[in-house]
Design a protein around this ligand. Structure first.
Ligand code: NAD
Length: 261
């Protein structure tokens, strides 16, 4: 089963991992629904460039993943245009770091809403059409923090553990329907989300960004190497292949040995 001609919605695909996944699926001939924030002109350039390079249909929906009504409207619009969403990639995410006593309540609410609740809302809305077609792939971008914890990341770790749990339940509820649901758990990937954390460390420690970049990866990952968006996209494509038909409810690490320790 190739993804050529299928419709793929990647939440948070204007940057980083989501953009890498969107590019890889378009290169394989899938139509895309892009989503995420950013400068409108830049997003339009991205959308048109992807469509022209890959000769696929690419649309953009600016739905805010913290807003259930906007999520429902995005799925309904995509289904109206394409018939169904064949592959749903729940990727949008944000980070906030602070000890729990200092963790702002509004940041807790935002991280849980965008990193966890959005996946409940997208799956709930997109699953009926997948069931009807008898084929679908739901891929949730969780994190190494869906399996293990780090200090100062209470909301992120809670949300990502929640995503792994949601993945298991959806995997069970869709068993033998042609739909599968799996999570990908990346370690460090050098995207704007992580760049901000590296810069904050350099400021706190009075060191260079380059030094903190190396130190951050070495602290957690045996490989001492960042995972790339392209590698994550490769795993997502594999989960859409025939070989992966019987893989569901699983969480796949791609973390240079982080969670092996
Ligand atoms: P990023 O900041 O580069 O991209 C995040 C994307 O989500 C952007 O397109 C942004 O516009 C979008 N987004 C943010 N808030 C949104 C909202 N309310 N509604 C719609 N879109 C919104 O980050 P990234 O590193 O590419 O992260 C992507 C996913 O991968 C996240 O779920 C993150 O938790 C996960 N992840 C990242 C790493 C890493 O090291 N970078 C590791 C493990 C997991």
């Amino acid at each position: 089963m190739s993804v050529k001609g299928k419709t793929v919605l990647v939440t948070g695909s204007t940057s980083g991992i989501g953009l890498g996944i969107a590019e890889a699926f378009a290169a394989e001939g899938a139509n895309l629904v892009l989503n995420g924030f950013g400068d409108a002109a830049e997003i339009e350039k991205l959308r048109a460039g992807l469509a022209a390079r890959s000769k696929v249909t690419v649309t953009y929906d600016g739905a805010d993943m913290s807003k259930p009504d906007q999520i429902a409207a995005m799925i309904a619009k995509a289904e109206k245009q394409f018939g169904a969403i064949d592959v749903l990639v729940n990727n949008a995410g944000i980070q906030h770091t602070a000890p729990i006593e200092d963790f702002p309540i509004d940041r807790w609410d935002a991280v849980i809403a965008i990193n966890l609740c959005s996946s409940f809302h997208t799956v709930r809305a997109a699953l009926p059409a997948m069931r009807k077609k008898g084929w679908g792939r739901i891929i949730n971008i969780a994190s190494a923090h869906g399996l293990v914890a780090s200090a100062t990341k209470v909301a992120y770790v809670a949300a990502k553990h929640g995503v792994v749990g949601l993945t298991k339940v959806v995997g069970l509820e869709t068993a033998n329907t042609g739909v599968t649901c799996n999570a990908i758990c990346p370690g460090w990937v050098l995207t704007p989300l992580v760049q901000k954390q590296i810069e904050a460390r350099a400021k706190t420690n009075g060191t260079s960004v380059e030094h903190e970049s190396k130190a951050l990866v070495a602290e957690k990952q045996a490989s001492h190497k960042f995972t790339t968006p392209e590698q994550i996209a490769g795993l997502a494509l594999f989960l859409c292949s025939k070989s992966a038909d019987n893989i569901t409810g699983s969480a796949y690490s791609i973390d240079g040995g982080w969670t092996a320790q």
